[in-house]
Design a protein around this ligand. Structure first.
Ligand code: NAP
Length: 350
């Protein structure tokens, strides 16, 4: 059987694409990813990056307030067990994603809990191999596989993951273990500035560890960080090791000078935040779609989600190194759905 639309990915872009294509009677299939430990460790679990966050305050339509009654009504009981208790602050990341998934299911979206391991985009209909051993064939594909945060690759980052190591200050920064304690952010781009500024609201002090003597970040954001009295920049420095123990998690970092290899320093810290960019989850495409130099899929037509292969569309963070917001991902998911629908209509396939 050939599917009209297969959507790969289950973040806001994937579910928005599913809601729109399902309502257009295209009977979409979402390949949502497999909840393996490896996928969680790599930062690409089913439901995407929002699955790993707490409150979401900036997604329109979900104001702060007690949403319990609404959630109880809206979410399938079988998915409730995965979700955090309701918070008066508003919706949580996992809740928002479960709601979007349920909304897509309500219109008949079918869901496969597997990864796409291989895709052959050389001829239509496109064939894809799945991690559960199945094969799926599609007239159109919407790639919505998101991006994952980069880490330096130190063993000690892995050891203390969720014990003080994080790649999302906005998700984790307000947790008790980080409050009124010194924290470390590594990186020199806008993310590092934004995260440091955010963390400085809770922390006693924030160190930014950057490998060069100037920031890559925009001037305004760099200046804001540099002028923040709670932020101290450690220039020309690289993280040598995240320090800690089983009981306390992260207790500090050892940094090494990038100009004099013999110079090291230990900084006390209860948290370590990696802000060294993201990697789009596009490896499985094996170079068949045009990407930018960082691997993000490229739209080949202005403000259309078309990729370099006809009938393959891209939405969300896998095609966006700049905005990277849930709402922009959902917006481009909607665009991809409309683009796929129009392509199918033009071919007489819908
Ligand atoms: P980025 O601009 O690529 O910066 C990554 C930073 O991490 C760079 O400073 C880089 O150092 C450093 N880095 C990379 N690999 C490293 C390694 N192995 N060891 C040590 N340092 C390493 O990434 P980003 O900050 O995540 O920003 C991505 C995009 O999102 C940008 O276009 C940015 O403008 C945008 N953004 C915008 C906002 C906003 O406007 N509010 C907020 C966040 C992000 P070098 O500088 O030495 O290469």
């Amino acid at each position: 059987m050939t599917e009209k639309v297969v959507i790969i990915g289950s973040g806001p872009a994937g579910w928005a694409a599913a809601i729109y294509t399902a309502r257009a009677n295209l009977e979409p299939v979402v390949v949502e990813g497999e909840g393996t430990q490896e996928n969680w460790d790599l930062g690409r679990p089913p439901l995407g990056q929002l699955a790993t966050t707490t409150e979401v305050e900036n997604y329109p339509g979900f104001p702060a307030g007690d949403l319990t009654a609404y959630m109880d009504d809206a979410i399938d009981a079988s998915t409730r067990k995965y979700m955090a208790p309701h918070q008066k602050e508003g919706v949580s990341g996992p809740e928002l994603m479960e709601l979007q998934k349920q909304q897509a299911k309500n219109f008949g979206t079918r869901i496969i809990s597997a990864d796409v391991t291989e895709a052959d985009l050389s001829q239509r209909p496109f064939k894809m191999k799945l991690s559960n051993g199945d094969e799926i064939v599609a007239e159109t594909i919407i790639v919505a596989t998101g991006a994952r945060a980069n880490y330096l690759g130190l063993e000690s980052e892995k050891t203390f993951r969720n014990m003080g190591v994080s790649a999302c200050a906005v998700c984790d920064g307000a947790l008790p273990r980080f409050r009124d304690k010194p924290l470390v952010v590594v990186g020199g781009g806008d993310s590092a500035m934004e995260e440091s500024d955010y963390l400085a609201k809770y922390a006693s002090k924030v160190y930014i560890v950057h490998r060069r003597d100037e920031f890559r970040a925009s001037k305004i954001m760099a200046e804001r960080a540099i002028n923040n009295p709670k932020i101290e920049v450690k220039w020309n420095s690289q993280i040598d090791e995240v320090l800690g123990d089983n009981e306390n998690g992260v207790t500090g970092v050892r940094i090494r000078s990038t100009s004099d290899d013999s110079q090291t320093e230990e900084l006390d810290a209860s948290g370590y935040f990696a802000a060294i960019g993201h990697t789009p989850n596009t490896d499985f495409l094996d170079g068949q779609l045009k990407t930018d130099e960082k691997g993000y899929l490229v739209w080949t037509e202005h403000f259309r989600t078309n990729t370099s292969v006809e009938a393959v569309f891209a939405a969300g963070d896998c095609a966006d190194s700049n905005y990277r917001q849930a709402i922009t991902a959902a917006g481009t998911g909607c665009m991809a759905a409309l683009d796929a629908e129009r392509w199918l209509s033009a071919q007489g396939l819908h």
